[in-house]
Design a protein around this ligand. Structure first.
Ligand code: CIZ
Length: 331
């Protein structure tokens, strides 16, 4: 069994961080990191954020290289929105359970079946999806803009919401729009333990519970606040006095909370099978792989034919331009 002391690990981390900073200068890279990445990666980023903030940031990058520390669909989105840049992803296998649950061919068959049944609908797709799935969509939403985009869908068409059934159910509640929900879920947010949450609430009766809308209803119903990561930060920012927060989202998010609002205490809501929920896909990106992708200028996201259509949908949905309603599909 190998045993690396904490001080040895710290010095390896410091050396790697130094190397990454130098490489960043050398190759002209901007590092974008999602809040679900390990703190040591977020620490090295030029921009940290949720997928909406990072997608928008990607359009403003002027360096020739974007290194995207996140999962595949996020790096793909950065490439689609800024095609002239070289976009690197430290580990090309960093996937997403939600994206996997809604492959484009399956979605296309389902849409066809709805059309054959005379249903008039628009497809609203969570950003956690592949470019091919996005290309079949009318709108793309993130946890940060979903309510606003749903309100832009004409009232006389149905909404097919893919792939997250929990986020979809939450959006039905807050917008009052009935939706056809795809049967997908996030492996991180689906497995929070209600029993453990209730125990924590007893232990910290004054605590505020904050839950991501990707959580199932049995968790959301115990929350004081429901929102995506960016909105969670805004909510916490309203508390001046030291407060306990019970956090039901990916555990690395607490690194960002702790850095911005160190006066509070953050308690991860445990998962059914683990003490805190970490995304195994995000965890594939390490400092070593971040360094290596900058040395090798690979793995790289290359332009694919479906990116052309996905770009149109992403731009009208995510970029702050005048709203432009697409023609209803399903006619
Ligand atoms: O939108 C994102 O980045 C995801 C996947 C979650 C969140 O709330 O930030």
């Amino acid at each position: 069994m190998s045993c690396v002391s904490a001080s040895t690990r710290r010095s390896v981390t410091d050396d790697l961080a130094q190397e990454i900073r130098q490489l960043k200068e050398k190759i002209g890279a901007t590092i974008l990191a999602h809040y679900y990445q390990d703190g040591e990666i977020q620490d090295l980023a030029d921009v940290t954020g949720d997928s909406l903030k990072l997608a928008r940031a990607a359009t403003r990058v002027d360096s020739p290289v974007i290194v995207f520390c996140g999962v595949h669909f996020m790096a793909e989105t950065a490439k689609i929105l800024n095609p002239t840049k070289r976009v690197l992803l430290p580990d090309l296998e960093a996937g997403c359970s939600l994206a996997e649950s809604c492959p484009a061919d399956k979605l296309a068959r389902y849409q066809e079946m709805l059309r054959l049944n005379g249903r008039r609908f628009q497809t609203v797709t969570y950003i956690n999806s592949t470019a091919a799935t996005k290309a079949l969509s009318d709108w793309i939403v993130t946890s940060g803009n979903a309510e606003e985009v749903i309100r832009r869908v004409p009232p006389d068409v149905e909404i097919l919401f893919v792939p997250d059934k929990h986020l979809g159910a939450y959006l039905q509640e807050v917008t009052g729009r009935k939706m056809i929900l795809w049967d997908g879920a996030c492996i991180v947010h689906e497995i929070f333990s209600v029993q453990d949450l209730l125990k924590l609430k007893k232990q910290y009766p004054q605590a505020k519970t904050i839950a991501h809308p990707e959580c199932p209803a049995n968790i959301r119903e115990h929350a004081d606040f429901i929102g995506g990561t960016e909105n969670m930060l805004k909510y916490i920012g309203r508390f001046a006095e030291p407060t306990d927060f019970l956090v039901a989202t990916e555990a690395n998010m607490m690194w960002q909370m702790q850095s911005r609002f160190p006066q509070h205490r953050y308690h991860p809501v445990p998962g059914i099978t683990c003490a805190c929920n970490k995304c195994p896909h995000m965890a594939r990106n390490t400092l070593e792989k971040l360094r290596d992708c900058m040395v090798n200028l690979a793995p790289e996201i290359h332009w694919q034919p479906e990116f052309d259509q996905a770009k149109k949908v992403l731009e009208r949905s995510l970029l702050p331009t005048a709203p432009q309603a697409p023609a209803p599909v399903g006619d």
